[in-house]
Ligand binder design. Sequence first.
Ligand SMILES: Cc1cc2nc3c(=O)[nH]c(=O)nc-3n(C[C@H](O)[C@H](O)[C@H](O)COP(=O)(O)OP(=O)(O)OC[C@H]3O[C@@H](n4cnc5c(N)ncnc54)[C@H](O)[C@@H]3O)c2cc1C
Length: 469
Amino acid sequence: MFGEKTWGGEPFWGLGFEWDPQWLLSEEQKALQARLIDLCQSTLRANAVESDKKLLFPRKNFQALAELGLLGLIAPKELGGMGESHTCAAMVVETIARYGCASTAMCYTMHLGAVAAASLRHHDNPAIKDILSRLDKDCLIGTLSYSDPETGGHFWYPVSSGAERVEGGWKVRKKASWTTSGGFADWYIIQTTSPNFDGNYANLSCFLIMGDEVSADPASWDGLGLRGNQSGPMEVKDRIVPLDRLVGPIGDGASSNDECVDPFFLLCSSACWNGISLGLIDIAKAHTTRKTHKDVGLRVCDYPTIQDYVGEAIIDTNTSRALTFQMAQCLDRLTDNCDWSIHRDPTVLPRSQVLHWMWQVKFSAAKNVAHVADKMLHACGGTAYKPQLGIERYLRDGKAGWVMGPSNEILRQFVGKASLLGFQSLDYWNQTINERAIANEVKKMSPEQKRELAERLLAEAGIAAQAAE
Ligand SMILES: Cc1cc2nc3c(=O)[nH]c(=O)nc-3n(C[C@H](O)[C@H](O)[C@H](O)COP(=O)(O)OP(=O)(O)OC[C@H]3O[C@@H](n4cnc5c(N)ncnc54)[C@H](O)[C@@H]3O)c2cc1C
């Protein structure tokens, strides 16, 4: 069932296929995985070191991926894409992160998120169809620009962005605090408040914006890890774009988030964190089986403590992979293997039903990678503390997992709160009043303080009523 894993024609130096869930892949997908491992060996892995050292955007790696047709991995077949499944997307991202380059895997994750958001609403949109049909031929790298400088990790709340209908199209403005591939991508899916915005932040829309329509400052990017990722600030300054750059109908932003942007980001970024965990274990295997202590005549891997570290890391990582791939298969089942034609009816949003499961996938993969990185550093000792072994870079790369939005603090809150109080309690757009908190605070007030508050509220209500007339 497993076959031999090779590296440049030789047996692979890390964990073999017997530790990978190969039974999840079709023969075609296994062949793609083998070609991708070869590409990592010949090209992507060496470029990862250069990207990290020089803060270099991994365009060379993207060109190599485009040659394998991978920029169109999940794009509709009729537009020249591979039309592949969620399971295949998770495998590809994991493989790039594990054997090749974690920065490339994260830029590719954002690319797939953008391709998904575009494919969801491509049906009657010539601008989107044009981009999707040229992804590999012209190596068109996409990305998602959502996070707003004013709302931090609450990327669904774009207070600095907006759009309005003008002569000849839409006038779009967007301020983004972080955008992977920012300033390097060829096209962006961005989220703004809708053209008919009236103060309700749940009313969001998405736009397709081209690389030459954004202002970015790549030189300001300098992160701890994923240094090739170039996730700097970016701006669209009152740019007028044609009508067909609106992705989906006005007000489709929240549906697009729940159906594509979030599910794909959560799935593929988790595959990236799992890939980094596996990459760390591979290096630890290679190092600890080679290094010998002359005094006792034992290799590092002969110590039971080291065996325990590696055993636990494999078990925890495969537990995380099991959930990741289980949910990829669930998404495949819900969408007839990622068939975009089901979305001709815009109300068909099957992935959204299991978003709360995708939160759990990302939480566990991002939590696990930090632990595995720590333990593989311990297993390899001081040598791992130096860059040459590669553990140090992977450790820094993996640290992005916990903080990338939705951060793990937010995710465990979502899961705990939704399970205890119901999904409506999540109140993404700050619209639900917490009556218990109000009652409790008012209880603490003196009669005088209550009177003052009542007068202030009455005055505010009067002003609001006048404004509404
Ligand atoms: C490498 C990297 C790449 C990125 N790429 C992109 C990209 O391509 N596109 C994009 O749109 N964004 C991207 N981001 C941004 C990311 O998704 C977050 O928006 C960003 O990391 C938030 O940073 P912040 O300093 O504003 O954190 P803050 O939001 O200020 O968070 C600070 C702390 O508060 C916690 N916190 C915040 N809200 C809550 C809450 N409601 N409950 C409990 N705790 C809370 C956080 O978990 C964190 O611990 C990227 C980030 C990184 C690190």
